[in-house]
Design a protein around this ligand. Sequence first.
Ligand SMILES: Cc1cc2nc3c(=O)[nH]c(=O)nc-3n(C[C@H](O)[C@H](O)[C@H](O)COP(=O)(O)OP(=O)(O)OC[C@H]3O[C@@H](n4cnc5c(N)ncnc54)[C@H](O)[C@@H]3O)c2cc1C
Length: 480
Amino acid sequence: MWDVIIIGAGVIGASIAREISRYELKTLVIEKEEDVCEVTSMANSGIVHSGYDPKPGSLKAKLNVIGNGLFDRLSMELGFDFKRIGSITIGKTEEDLATLKRLQKNGIENGVKTIILDKEELFLLEPNLALDAKYGLLAESAGIVNPFEYTVALMENAIFNGVKLNLEEEVLKISKLENTYKIITNKNEYITKIVINAAGLNSGDVAGMVGSSIDIRPRKGEYFVLNHLNKPLISHVIFPLPSEKGKGILLTPTTSNNYLIGPSSEYVSSLDDFSTDTLTLEKVRSDANNLVKDIPFNEVIRTFAGLRAVNSKRDFIIEEDKINPNFYQVAGIESPGLASSYAIALYLIDIIKKKNNLITKKDFVPYRKPYIKLKGLPLEEKQKIYEKNPKYGRIICRCEQISEAEILDVIHREIPVKTIRGVKKRIRPGFGKCQGGFCESLVFELLKNEFDLDPLKIKYGRKNSEVIKKITKEGQNEKL
Ligand SMILES: Cc1cc2nc3c(=O)[nH]c(=O)nc-3n(C[C@H](O)[C@H](O)[C@H](O)COP(=O)(O)OP(=O)(O)OC[C@H]3O[C@@H](n4cnc5c(N)ncnc54)[C@H](O)[C@@H]3O)c2cc1C
């Protein structure tokens, strides 16, 4: 018998799992994919929004602002990349200035301080803006985070504190018993007192399993990724004025010094449509060119798409289900869900506490061993690390300068990493200019040898993504 079962290991399920691991509760997280952070939490802008623009009084406004404020402590405790670089929303006309002032007022109501910039101040901060940019709304508290690292860090720490994670297991059916729930997956059956639905795009389906209804529509956002550049293009998150469709086509540096340009915003019919298309990307390109001049699109190394889980109320749903006691819905978590993630966990646990007596663990450990990242370290420090472990001197990913020892470190932690993308998300081999052309086969060999895996079964990411179909040459199974 479980005390708590969390369905879904995106950033929301992982935040809840980490916060709930403070309490004496037997907790299980069930995730249908091969790894944590495989769906919406993997494909977004990575911005920790300041919170000036959600509607005052909404859960989005409240939890965005609280969530933003939690990131410094979380990144210190859990050792993931987070930078408070600030955001600037650009205006070009007097009418735009009036909108910026309205946004500023909205920010004050939400408890967020912003500064209106004139043209001179704007170009001093961001010299590469489009020449007709005239005004800016600076929100200094906005930041950027690596969403993969953040989600992995939350879940690793939750597991360290006693939570169990079952990957590749899909919840198919839920039956309400007297005071408990029976959860049936493709592999097992479980009885639990508390259920938390953090199934993102599928949260409507999971709610439907207990006779409740939550409408979720997927809305796609497509992006370009730029390589590292010799001269910085921008140093803040650059937004256009927001519209009904959302925050618009933005440009942002990433924590690894790449740049993201996007996202588009169109409803799609399939929960699995992660495709990108030329027409949409052309529109992204043209909108971005209206914000920043001379964007080096010849440095694009990848395009990708993410799906927002949009609910018709357009606010987060975080509540006990109306007809099912101790069944908690955490749904409709579109942007700013990443920024709000930890505040969502705290808010939910306060609701759970109203009905359940949660006892704090005496031995909860908030810290996680950070990864050693060679890139960017001074040469003398690198030298000391090589001397202790020569595998730090064997470079696997030349674009991102990732060594064998760094990969071995991340794959042998609390969450078993058995896919190429699982390694890529944690430590970046394959994120560089060659997009895995050189390093993917080496990562494949490392996974095969470390876990003694059948090479025919090693996947790139999700199911049906096996990397090789058959072995054609002798000697391919030899160890590195
Ligand atoms: C284009 C785009 C840009 C965005 N930009 C930002 C941003 O810059 N800042 C920000 O704050 N927010 C942003 N967001 C929003 C943010 O990404 C989401 O709010 C957040 O990732 C939602 O996390 P989640 O855990 O709810 O969903 P997910 O990450 O999708 O996790 C849900 C998990 O549940 C699993 N699951 C589903 N059904 C089942 C089942 N039956 N059994 C077991 N497991 C199941 C799924 O496999 C999945 O892993 C953006 C979103 C998009 C799409």
